[in-house]
Ligand binder design. Structure first.
Ligand code: GLV
Ligand code: MG
Length: 351
């Protein structure tokens, strides 16, 4: 048992008070760089001017022998880069790894002033978040931090998906969730061998032609991730936190990447990971509402007056519910435009 009154009390003496709301800050792309890589660290200052979120990766993708170097690299970037309005995140190693504890310790004690969010991979249930929550409070108190760090969990095990609502509600620190399609596929024993995206064998086939048994029967490729993304979005919205699509590994296939990102956007996600500079522009394009959609949404809102009742506009029925959808689009456009003058101009928002 726990009194609701205690939920917003710090979990360690001297730790900052937990947040009551997760701030919405543009995070259309979470741009990953391996923190162990000196060349990539050298580009961090420039990248910080190009992305919404820059993430120092310590986990998968960093070889076991480079884990200490990655941790030191995180601290180097945290203490040398001017992030401006850009968020700085890190992905630590998983809680069952030999590196997770040292990663969390260094992230808070040596990089905590610069960090906004710590991404925890392979979260299986609320107990993982409770562990991180208490540990971060202890470390924040030690470091004298005045703002609580936020936590982002990757949904990449079957048990994590089964417990997704409880994970989202486990702590006021929870900022959001990302889908981790690569680890999730392995954990579920799916028979794919890719990092995100579809699969040519996951299809539905058109019914046979009753008049021609030899007629071609077209197949339609289906989205392997629809169920998980939709479930993740519902869990996040229930908890007042933000859902993201994760990685798309086929860097050369920008078209399919854009499709996967757009499906996630339409289902309610606010962003996706970028693993390569080419994916930054894709994420920016997809997760910013199109100017034509914003113009249409503004027209509906204006025509609906106080937002109640029903009208016909261009032959379509608009009512309270369609107006609310339009308000979501316009609110997002305004939030993004506030820090992007080019976008503001494309929407026709006065500066
Ligand atoms: C990301 O970490 C994934 O496993 O897809
Ligand atoms: Mg993973």
């Amino acid at each position: 048992m726990r009194s609701p009154k205690d939920f917003f009390k710090p979990l360690a003496v001297g730790a900052p008070a937990p947040r009551h709301e997760i701030p919405f800050r543009p995070s259309r792309m979470i741009h990953f760089f391996p923190a162990s890589n000196e060349k990539m660290r050298g580009k961090a200052q420039d990248m910080a001017t190009k992305v919404d979120v820059l993430l120092a990766n310590l986990e998968d993708g960093v070889p076991a022998g480079d884990k200490e170097a990655a941790r030191a690299g995180l601290v180097e970037v945290a203490t040398s880069v001017d992030f401006g309005e850009t968020q700085f995140w890190t992905r630590v190693n998983s809680l069952d790894s030999p590196w997770g504890l040292d990663d969390l310790t260094a992230a808070v004690l040596d990089a905590g002033d610069a960090l906004d969010v710590i991404m925890i991979p392979k979260v299986e249930g609320p107990e993982d978040i409770h562990y991180v929550d208490r540990l971060l409070a202890q470390l924040e108190a030690k470091a004298g931090l005045t703002e609580p760090l936020m936590v982002h969990a990757i949904l990449e095990t079957a048990r994590g998906v089964a417990n997704v609502e409880e994970i989202c509600l486990a702590s006021p620190r929870m900022q959001g969730l990302s889908l981790g399609p690569a680890d999730l596929a392995a954990n579920r024993r799916m028979k794919t061998t890719r990092v995100g995206g579809g699969h040519p064998d996951y299809v539905v086939r058109q019914d046979p032609d009753p008049d021609d048994e030899h007629a071609d029967r077209p197949i339609y490729q289906q989205d392997l991730w629809h169920y998980t993304i939709a479930r993740m979005v519902d869990a996040c919205v229930t908890a007042g936190i933000l859902p993201y699509y994760g990685p798309f590994g086929d860097i050369a296939d920008g078209v399919a990447c854009e499709d996967q990102f757009r499906n996630a956007y339409l289902l309610g996600c606010v962003g996706a990971w970028s693993l390569h500079p080419s994916q930054i522009e894709i994420a920016k394009r997809v997760f910013s509402p199109r100017p034509a959609d914003v113009a249409h949404a503004q027209r509906v809102i204006e025509a609906m007056g106080d937002g109640t009742g029903a009208i016909m506009l261009d032959g379509k029925m608009e009512d309270d519910a369609s107006t609310k959808q339009c308000q979501v689009v316009v609110a997002l456009a305004r939030e993004l435009a506030a820090r992007d003058p080019e976008l503001a101009e494309s929407y026709g928002f006065a500066s």
